[in-house]
Design a protein around this ligand. Structure first.
Ligand code: GDP
Ligand code: MG
Length: 706
């Protein structure tokens, strides 16, 4: 038996899902997209499979989540649907229920948040509601694990009663379409969608063109009569009906009683206090995960566990068995270093996800999104994008992973693509090196790097928002603010572990393989025509240097078209701080300090301040390190989107570095050449992309959510 959970975001689907499945669950992504897919076995009866569908406000074709949810139901035909609704917000939640009812699948409505209702002193007349809706209802509190008779009801669930409450002429039009459909189930739902001219359903169900024409005529006639389009008519009729149905079901509605949660919200979402409180909470999260506990644990894994325990142990073992040097190097600098790179991030990720899970569970995350949304919407990001960006100042990997908290797929992709523009801590040595070697350690270099990152995010947000994959009305921001409550330890730990483990599994491979590849490229090369393994300071003979010489010409317009800069940039892909280390090795210093002060003088001879800053800008904005690329791959769950993200970042970095170098040379040194013209064209193109009006499109938001 397959049971699908359908409900609005924040109605408690995932909480109910966890309560029903215990630990028998599988978490993944829907094929090809980044929307989370969860399925699991009911813990008291393994024959029952439960699927947590993405949270939706309706079953229209306006968001990917909506399309996933309804396609799942139509294609997979679950045996029953649990429609979970927030009992404290019945009117709004039942709009979805009405559409689910039209599908005609056996269903039960689970009225969640019974605890909050009790706290408010409200009680619902379930019998009356069931009669009004024509569906069995069960009052539950997912978070308190009070599931009432939900599972007994669902086992013998029936198709919803057909109440056909819309106006007679609308019902008549629906019936006329219905009789001509070949699909035996979902008839009413499909008929309504055909009447609304929903292109996705028409294509999916291969609706006969004659029926489409007839539907168009019918809806046109109705539109004329009601002076509105058919979709808005049906929407408003549904709301009218819901208002009527819910009007008389509260037994003791004491709207005067203010719950503790309302009291907290008065302070937390207060116009003046909201932001300072938010800043304080995020500072604490940041402090614990990025500057103290998380980083200390990560440093311990990197420096002590791998640096002092595992590496030396493996090394002495390899020496003891007389292992050949190249294999020793492969195992130590390739394999062990690769594993270290993956596992090093794990403690930080776990600490961060532990804290984020608490914020999500207790109900504060919904408020964060609410508070930040107005600002972030302006450039195409979600209110929740703020968290990844903040975390990104520490490390891009957990930052990208933190995008998991964003439910909307478009918002999430956009956040993943732009988050690593913020300088992470590994980029600080590069900034220090450039500031020291070329700007006399001027104070403004570091802040300017952060400023550049923020501007890059805003500009990218605006540009990308106007491209096809991101186009579309901003998802309507209606968010239930769930009542605050103490988070459950099991839920927090489970959420932390799921996310941490998926990083190890999915991001691990790409990090590992890239580390080994780079090991190969830098440790082997041709010396006097002979291919052999190289010593540390022989990097100029390495395969990496050969590649660097071959491709360095592409950086000529940016002002650093030499193999040294190319190889250093390439090595920055392993870990950004390697850029400094590589320059050290190139200049013959194997053990340079973190920001390379030993070779600042030498470096200054091959750069001008302008080309130096262009190098800095390029390396801050281009593809992040392999670990972060691995995280992008894991989160995008799609090779094309991963390439698109990395490709966009490199292209954007190139354009910015080009403009910095060319305009810098023009205004400071008065030099003008062919590439100055190219830079002007690039600038004009960027301005165009920023200000152009996106093509009109057919998406629109359902009436009530405008
Ligand atoms: P989803 O978006 O539908 O998956 O909702 P979640 O399961 O993530 O729940 C959203 C928020 O509501 C979380 O903070 C939950 O802890 C909270 N929540 C879920 N069920 C209940 C409940 O029965 N009572 C209360 N008070 N809060 C709940
Ligand atoms: Mg959920």
């Amino acid at each position: 038996m397959k049971i699908a959970l359908v409900g609005n975001p924040n109605s408690g689907k995932t909480t109910l899902f966890n309560a029903l499945t215990g630990s028998n669950q599988y978490v993944g992504n829907w094929p090809g997209v980044t929307v989370e897919k969860k399925s699991g076995k009911y813990k008291n009866d393994k024959k029952i499979e439960i699927i947590d569908l993405p949270g939706v406000y309706s079953l229209s074709p306006y968001s990917l989540e909506e399309v996933i949810a309804r396609n799942y139901i139509i294609d997979e035909r679950p045996d029953a649907i649990i429609n979970i609704v927030d009992g404290t917000n019945l009117e709004r939640n039942l709009y979805l229920s009405e559409q689910v009812k039209d599908l005609g699948v056996p269903m039960v409505i689970a009225i969640n948040m019974a605890d909050s209702l009790r706290a408010r002193g409200e009680e619902i007349d379930l019998k009356k509601l069931e009669k009004n809706l024509g569906v069995k209802c069960s009052l539950i509190s997912a978070v308190k694990n009070e599931l009432g008779d939900l599972m007994e009801l669902i086992k013998k669930a029936e198709r919803p009663q057909e109440l056909n409450y819309l106006d007679a002429d609308i019902e008549e039009a629906i019936a006329k379409i219905e009789v001509q459909l070949s699909n035996d189930t979902f008839k009413r739902f499909i008929a309504i969608k055909v009447l609304e001219n929903d292109p996705k359903i028409i294509e999916k169900e291969k609706i006969d063109p004659k029926v489409i024409t007839q539907a168009k005529e019918l809806s046109l006639a109705l539109a004329k009569k009601y002076d509105d389009d058919i979709e808005s008519i049906i929407t408003s009729k549904r709301y009218e009906y819901i208002t009527k149905v819910t009007g008389n079901i509260y037994i003791s509605k004491s709207s005067t009683k203010e719950s503790i949660s309302d009291k907290i919200d008065k302070i937390v979402t207060n116009r003046i206090l909201a932001l300072p409180i938010f800043v304080a909470v995020m500072t604490l999260v940041y402090y614990i995960s990025v500057t103290t506990v998380g980083t200390m644990a990560t440093d311990w894994v990197n420096d002590v566990l791998f640096g002092e325990i595992i590496s030396p142990a493996v090394e002495s073992f390899l020496v003891s068995i007389n292992c050949v040097p190249w294999l020793q190097s492969l195992i130590l600098d390739g394999v062990v270093a690769g594993l270290g790179a993956i596992l090093g991030f794990v403690p930080q990720i776990l600490v961060l996800f532990f804290l984020l899970a608490i914020l999500e569970e207790c109900g504060y995350m919904a408020r964060i999104a609410f508070i930040m949304d107005r600002i972030f919407r302006k450039f195409g990001l979600s209110g929740k994008s703020f968290i990844p960006m903040l975390i990104g100042t520490g490390c891009g990997v957990p930052a990208i992973m933190a995008s998991r908290t964003i439910e909307n797929e478009r918002d999430r992709r956009m956040t993943i693509m732009t988050t690593t523009f913020i300088p992470c801590s590994a980029k600080l040595p590069i900034i220090a090196m450039i500031a020291g070697a070329l700007f006399n350690e001027a104070w403004w270099v570091a802040p300017s790097a952060y400023f550049l990152g923020v501007v890059a995010i805003i500009v990218s947000g605006i540009i990308l928002k106007k491209t096809k994959p991101f186009l579309g009305e901003v998802a309507p921001f209606v968010m239930e603010l769930p009542a605050y409550h103490i988070p459950k330890a099991t839920a927090v730990l489970r959420s932390m572990w799921e996310r941490g483990w998926s990083f190890i599994k999915k991001a691990g491979t790409i990090i590992f393989l890239s580390t080994v590849l780079i090991w190969l490229l830098t440790n082997f090369g041709f010396v006097d025509g002979q291919f052999r393994m190289l010593d540390t300071l022989e990097i100029e003979y390495s395969l990496a240097a050969i590649i660097g010489r071959a491709i360095s010409f592409i950086f000529i317009p940016l002002g650093f078209g030499n193999w040294q800069a190319t190889v250093a940039t390439l090595m920055g892909l392993v870990a950004k701080e390697n850029l400094v280390v590589t320059y050290g090795i190139i200049y013959g210093i194997a053990e340079a300090s973190e920001e390379g002060s030993e070779f600042w003088g030498t470096l200054a001879t091959s750069f001008t301040p302008v080309s130096g800053y262009a190098l800095l800008a390029f390396n801050l904005l281009c593809a992040p390190c392999f670990a972060a690329i691995g995280a992008i791959k894991r989160e995008m769950n799609n090779a094309k989107w991963t390439l698109a993200a990395v490709g966009y970042q490199c292209l954007f970095a190139y354009a910015v570095a080009l403009m910095i170098n060319q305009f810098g040379n023009l205004f400071i040194y008065g030099s003008f050449d062919f590439f100055t013209i190219v830079a002007v064209i690039v600038l004009l193109m960027m301005v165009y992309l920023l200000v152009r009006k996106p093509k009109a499109h057919s998406l629109k938001v359902v009436g009530a959510y405008e």
